[in-house]
Design a protein around this ligand. Structure first.
Ligand SMILES: [Zn+2]
Ligand SMILES: [Zn+2]
Length: 345
């Protein structure tokens, strides 16, 4: 069987290549891709700001339909059923996988051949995955939304990291798609959410999705507003999703005693921050980060999406038909776009 796949050969250059799929292994599953969202990681390859090599096969936010199950494939989904794909491979046996920290799997780079296209390859008509990578989406066939299981899984992990309780007050820094997904999931935890975001249109989105207060961190009365919103205590948890080092430094100053600072976003270009270690001792702050998703959080995300517990349709700015991947990326890199989803027949 043949499949088409999108290969990034250089900045702004994507070729659609056709190749023969290998035969299906006993524990593998053949999936017809129905949707693939264009994440910022792939956008960096498109724009030419990625640090890794071409040729690259992008596409890691993927949903589809089961076509064929290997003889010994262990999967609750049957042929024709909708599934979400955790397309990043996990060995299952390295020390991190055995600790339940499979986001740090040591074997993620396996099989890279110089000069050959590498990468998750979700921008393809068909993919062959191991059975553990395929999650049943129940009866949901909203493939554009199901493609967002991966970012929802990353945010689900972030939101479940700090010890927050019903009635707590938290801050989300940044209202891009990741900040907004934080708001959606945090609202389900019974907490009050404030958002700091310089852009007025994004603040409006944040309010529409349930943030009680949305304000620019550069506003002259920002810190007074925090005092009022938190009854002078500071935030029980702060989620950094976008901004630079000064935003992280500001976050430390806004925590309550026993507060958690969770670095969800990375910072480019990198920089150093000033931090008085005594503030961690005296205030029992917890400074932590989350990177990527685990099997556990991916399962949670697929359940939430397939049961309709979170509505991610607000984040789908545009759908584009495969194979016009180039057009998809041109739209995806526009600053006011959340997610462009490639749709397959
Ligand atoms: Zn992603
Ligand atoms: Zn591993």
């Amino acid at each position: 069987m043949k499949t088409r796949t999108a290969v990034f050969t250089a900045p702004k250059s994507i070729e659609i290549r056709e190749f023969e799929l290998p035969s299906l292994g006993a524990h593998q599953i053949l999936v017809k891709v129905k949707s693939c969202a264009l994440c910022t990681w792939e956008q960096r390859f498109y724009k030419g700001s990625a640090s890794e090599d071409y040729p690259f096969r992008g596409g890691h936010e993927v949903a589809g339909e089961v076509v064929e199950l290997g003889k010994e494939a262990n999967c609750v989904a049957g042929v024709g059923d909708p599934v979400c794909l955790a397309i990043m491979t996990r060995c299952g046996t390295c020390d991190f996988c055995r600790r339940g920290m499979d986001n740090f799997c040591d074997c993620d780079n396996g099989g890279r051949v110089p000069g050959q296209p590498w990468g998750p390859g979700g921008l393809s008509d068909y993919v062959i995955l191991e059975d553990y990578q395929v999650y049943s989406a129940g009866s949901s066939r909203d493939f554009a939304s199901l493609a967002l299981a991966e970012p929802v899984a990353c945010v689900a992990r972030s939101v479940s990291r700090p010890e927050i309780e019903f009635g707590d007050t938290v801050l989300v820094q940044g209202a891009g798609i990741m900040g907004l997904l934080h708001i959606l999931l945090l609202k389900q935890q019974g907490v009050r959410v404030m958002v700091s975001e310089p852009d007025a249109a994004r603040r409006e989105q944040a309010s529409a999705l349930g943030a009680t207060v949305a304000m620019s961190p550069f506003d002259a009365v920002f810190e007074d507003a925090v005092q009022e919103f938190t009854r002078g205590r500071g935030f029980k948890a702060i989620f950094f999703t976008a901004g630079g080092v000064p935003a992280v430094e500001q976050a430390v100053s806004l925590l309550s005693k026993g507060g958690w600072l969770c670095l969800y976003g990375s910072i480019h270009p990198k920089g150093m921050m000033q931090l008085d270690p005594n503030c961690i001792h005296y205030n029992e702050y917890v400074l932590t980060g989350t990177f990527s998703h685990t099997r556990r959080s991916f399962r949670q995300a697929v359940e939430m999406l397939s049961y309709g517990l979170v509505d991610v349709s607000h984040f789908i700015s545009k759908k584009v038909a495969f194979p016009d991947v180039q057009q998809g990326f041109e739209l995806a890199i526009q600053p006011d776009t959340y997610r462009v989803v490639m749709m397959f027949e």
